[in-house]
Design a protein around this ligand. Structure first.
Ligand SMILES: Cc1ncc(COP(=O)(O)O)c(C=O)c1O
Length: 377
């Protein structure tokens, strides 16, 4: 099995811990262990006495119990805990797909969602979101792309990098199409629970489609990527068994401290999500002012969920050169669209961190000096 380099992760490896002002991260503001432990009485003593032996390969029962509270139909047998969402993607693809299969994947997207399938030898159809129509997807395109070899449709809402959240009606239609052809759906839901209005939240696909796998994680909505705890959920019994047996070759089981803290955090999910939604709402109000002021530089689609947007640059056609110059001159990191193998004139903004307004000021300084230079030319 050979993998192409993971462009975005290689980019982060270069800059994430050296650039002082991150404006493209996809997670929400994090918590310290101390803050998490303060949510429950006696948790510090319980944490200190935690055994560091192997954990249950399916995930600690207390963790799976806490995860099951995020779903309407799931019981703990339908849940397989894994190391980050990344492992969930890897074990799903390796459990289900062979080189004879075809998959359809929403595009642009997080690279591993197609790269793992590619490394298995699958043929891949990219299902494009329309930048000229608020990133909407064409459902006819989906239906027309299905072949007798199509094994799975891969979706991600709210989407990374565009921020797009599909409607409930369209999700129902996708399920109808998949059911008609007996196709699996892998639904990456790592940004779920970050809908600004709860009524826009889609049901988890594993709750409404028997051949769906839902992917969740502590990293994004809950702001706890350092725990490295994710999960896959499906009512499809054979598939979950097959994913569990692939996991025997990747991590066997999760980190015990990570599982303990993830279960604790999920028992207090409302507190965590309310704080993170508050940060997003406040940062969005700054972004609205920013994009109004710099209307000549960016065209954006105001999101209804999630911590990410993918504006188009109006002042240059090379986002990579812009991002490079910005980080060198002002220490502000934006992610160019090329990290998502997408058009050269888009950049990903992430606005889940508390310091976003200060970081935005540094970007403004850069843009103001760009304007001055242009005036002098
Ligand atoms: C859509 C999507 N899926 C999966 C992942 C992987 O998440 P994790 O870092 O928790 O493994 C990411 C991370 O950015 C993502 O954006």
């Amino acid at each position: 099995m050979k993998f192409n380099p993971f462009k975005l992760e290689r980019f982060f490896a270069q800059y994430e811990f050296t650039a002082p002002y991150l404006l493209c991260t996809s997670d929400c503001e994090s918590f310290t262990i101390k803050e998490l432990l303060s949510f429950e009485e006696n948790s510090q003593t319980r944490f200190e006495n935690l055994s560091l032996g192997y954990t249950d390969t399916r995930g600690n029962p207390a963790l799976r119990q806490a995860i099951s509270s995020l779903y309407t139909t799931s019981n703990t047998d339908n849940i397989l805990a894994c190391t980050g969402a990344e492992e969930g993607i890897f074990i799903f693809m390796n459990a289900l797909l062979t080189s004879r299969d075809h998959i359809i994947i929403q595009s642009p997207c997080y690279q591993s969602l197609y790269e793992i399938a590619k490394s298995i030898g699958c043929s891949i159809t990219q299902w494009p979101m329309n930048p000229n129509n608020k990133w909407e997807l064409d459902l006819e395109f989906l239906e027309n792309s299905i072949t007798p070899r199509t094994k799975a449709i891969i979706i991600n809402f709210p989407n990374n990098p565009t921020g797009y959240l599909i409607s409930r009606n369209s999700i129902n239609r996708i399920i109808e199409i998949a059911r008609k052809h007996g196709i699996y759906i892998f639904s990456d839901e790592v940004y779920r629970f970050l809908e600004y209005d709860e009524k826009d939240r889609l049901p988890a696909l594993c709750d409404i489609y028997e051949k769906a796998v839902s992917l969740g994680v502590m990293s994004k909505a809950f702001g706890l990527p350092g725990l490295r705890i994710g999960w896959v959920v499906t009512s499809h019994k054979t598939l979950i068994e097959e994913m569990a047996s692939i996991k025997d070759y990747t991590t066997i089981c999760n980190s015990a401290p990570g599982e303990f803290l993830a279960a604790l955090a999920l028992r207090h999910k409302e507190t965590i999500l309310n704080r993170n939604l508050g940060i997003l709402a406040s940062n969005l109000s700054y972004l609205r002012m920013f994009f109004t002021k710099y209307n000549d530089f960016f065209e954006w689609v105001p999101p209804i969920a999630g911590p990410i947007i993918f504006p188009r640059l109006k002042f240059t056609t090379d986002a990579h050169v812009f991002c490079q110059d910005l980080v060198e001159k002002k220490g502000v990191l934006l992610a160019p669209g090329s990290m998502f193998s997408y058009n050269k004139d888009h950049v990903r903004f992430g606005f889940g961190r508390k310091n976003m307004p200060q970081v935005l000021e540094h970007l403004e300084e850069y843009l103001d000096s760009y304007i001055k230079c242009k005036e002098l030319e």
